[in-house]
Design a protein around this ligand. Structure first.
Ligand code: ADP
Length: 257
């Protein structure tokens, strides 16, 4: 793939849950390699539904062949979102869930971080190298042998991030990465994400985080993109934000940036 091709390309994506709820309408955007994009909007806007589409968790079934003359609504690293491409797509996209307990399932920190790279079929030496590198990156090398359930919430979240980073995804999809973190843990998490070379799509209600990390923000509401552009510009529009259940972040309101 040439460097200039988008890591994600979405064209006119629509999604309706089996009970009839329309969750996404006509959603189109691209994300370039290394680009860090915020995804904001009120509860029920469609953020989770959109993120779940990016590694093929939704819809649950994908065709193996597209009808002649059509293109898949989602392309990841040049690969159309087809059942036959899901394995490769899931190598490219790393997903960080909001609740670390939905993601951790091995007894120890080390085993949990090893799981992804082992599953990729990497040689043992490379797996060991990545475990050490990623646990060091998130500041948890000291607790590698500990049980994941004997760590704080913030530490468990960092173990999950280490596990995702160990697979070296091209795109990190993060759902509320700073929710339930105290101030120090939040700051630490943001610093780790700043160091990460992968493209990122970050769904968050923490608009200060979006301002700090993202070069672009997408505002989603009622399943539709309402704005897509520079965070400082979009997140300073009082009336527009109110219409979409959001508030101007304090640092923009009081000019502290
Ligand atoms: P957000 O992540 O922005 O809070 P969601 O993607 O969770 O929004 O939800 C978008 C819409 O889809 C909402 O109307 C929500 O009620 C609906 N929805 C979410 N999950 C399901 C589901 N499993 N079945 C039916 N409707 C759902």
């Amino acid at each position: 793939m040439p460097d200039s091709s988008p890591i994600i390309q979405i064209e006119r994506l629509n999604y309706r849950y089996p009970n009839g709820t329309v969750a996404l309408c006509d959603v189109s955007f691209t994300i370039q390699p290394g680009e860090v994009v915020g995804l904001v909007g009120p509860n029920g806007a469609g953020k989770t539904t959109l993120q779940l589409h990016l590694n093929g968790l939704l819809p649950e079934t994908h065709p193996d062949r597209l009808p002649a003359g059509t293109s898949a609504a989602i392309t990841v690293a040049g690969l159309p979102m087809l059942k036959s491409n899901l394995r490769e797509i899931r190598r490219q996209v790393g997903f960080l869930f909001q609740d670390p307990d939905d993601q951790l399932f091995c007894p120890t920190v080390r085993e949990d971080v090893a799981f992804g790279p082992l599953n990729l079929g990497l040689p043992r030496a490379e797996v060991e190298r990545r475990i050490t590198e990623c646990l060091t990156a998130v500041g948890l090398e000291e607790v590698a042998q500990r049980g994941t359930m004997h760590l704080s919430f913030g530490e468990r979240k960092r173990v999950c991030l280490a596990g995702v980073l160990a697979c070296q995804p091209s795109l990190l999809v993060l759902d509320e990465p700073t929710s339930n973190l105290d101030l120090r843990a939040r700051r630490r998490f943001i610093s780790i994400l700043k160091e990460c070379p992968a493209a990122q799509l970050i769904a968050s209600h923490d608009l200060e985080l979006i301002l700090d990390l993202c070069s672009r923000v997408i505002v989603l509401n009622h399943g539709r993109i309402q704005a897509d552009g520079p965070p400082a510009k979009i997140l300073s529009q009082v009336t527009f934000l109110e219409q979409h259940g959001l508030e101007v972040p304090l640092s923009l309101k009081y000019g502290q940036r």
